[in-house]
Design a protein around this ligand. Structure first.
Ligand code: ADP
Ligand code: MG
Length: 287
């Protein structure tokens, strides 16, 4: 049987926007020694601003952005939403077909009958295309049209208001903090340094994130728990693999909310430390 105070703990958490799916997860929270974060949409807002549009000679800036926005029009990725925002005009869905989203790479689609690819350096390499190396830092979206490199768009994300305090609070409680991201090394290093995470790994595919979590799981003892925190896009496998899967609820994909053990309704990473505090208090009452 489950001690009554567990319900108090779960109820107390839920009134603060922290949904705990079972009392065993409250116990796991209190034993957490590693917190592994996804970057985009978890520690950062996932709302990117376009900072530079750099087309090749044969195409204009407007056309480059238009093709990228159209190719991305069916995707829910924060990058896609940001490109559609930057484009500003209404998207005519009848101009787009054959959309394919490639996790950790980007998208391909037929736009006005031409094959448009929009994504990172990995996507260009996969398509066997050479690309221009940006001078400025930022998240890179390279675009190719009918197998011809068309240029890149640089976008930049913003760190969430409470991320630094969240990382700091966890470290102070003796928890090891890790950031895993599919984004470029330059961007990852900037965010990691700003937030003070203990370890940061970049340019990871969704499967690589699972492998990184598995490595950490091997290093720790059974009593020490590992939590993974993600916003949901491509995160379901790694959320299930962790001892404790924590999903951001407001932006999170349905698959992630289902795979998660705990859901943070308002996307605030500082809620993790609060959840731990509630769990430790609950366990003190129970035992
Ligand atoms: P993160 O680990 O930062 O949450 P993802 O695993 O979702 O990021 O994506 C990793 C990288 O793959 C992104 O930084 C981006 O370069 C590329 N990418 C993924 N989806 C898209 C997309 N829809 N359009 C363009 N690039 C994408
Ligand atoms: Mg993500």
């Amino acid at each position: 049987s489950i001690p009554l105070s567990f319900f108090g703990g779960i109820g107390g958490a839920s009134s603060r926007g922290i949904l705990v799916k079972g009392s065993n997860y409250l116990e796991a929270l209190a034993q957490t020694k590693y917190v592994v974060f996804d970057k985009t949409g978890t520690l950062t807002k996932g709302v990117f601003e376009v900072t530079e549009i750099q087309p090749q000679e044969w195409i204009t800036k407007e056309e480059l952005l238009e093709n990228a926005a159209y190719a991305e029009s069916y995707s829910n990725h924060p990058i896609s939403k940001s490109l559609k925002n930057a484009y500003q005009k209404e998207i005519d869905a009848t101009r787009v077909s054959d959309v394919e989203e490639i996790g950790g790479h980007g998208v391909t689609a037929l736009v006005d009958g031409r094959k448009v690819a929009a994504g990172n350096v990995k996507l260009m390499k996969k398509l066997g295309l050479s690309y221009e190396e940006p001078k400025n830092a930022g998240t890179e979206i390279h675009v190719a049209i009918d197998g011809k490199y068309a240029g890149y768009i640089l976008i930049s994300d913003v760190i969430k208001e409470h991320s630094k305090e969240a990382i700091h609070g966890l470290k102070k409680s003796g928890i090891r903090t890790v950031m895993l991201t599919g984004d470029s090394r330059r961007v990852a290093e900037h965010v990691a340094l700003e937030l003070g995470v203990d370890v940061a790994k970049s340019e990871l595919l969704p499967a690589d994130k699972v492998a990184e979590v598995e490595k950490l799981l091997e290093q720790k003892t059974d009593k020490e728990k590992l939590a993974f925190v993600g916003d949901g896009i491509n995160d379901a496998p790694v959320l299930s693999r962790a001892d404790l899967g924590i999903a951001m609820g407001a932006m999170g994909a349905d698959a992630a909310i289902e795979a998660a053990d705990i859901v943070l309704m308002d996307d605030d990473p500082a809620k993790i430390a609060l959840a731990m505090k509630i769990s430790r208090k609950t366990l003190r009452i129970v035992y």
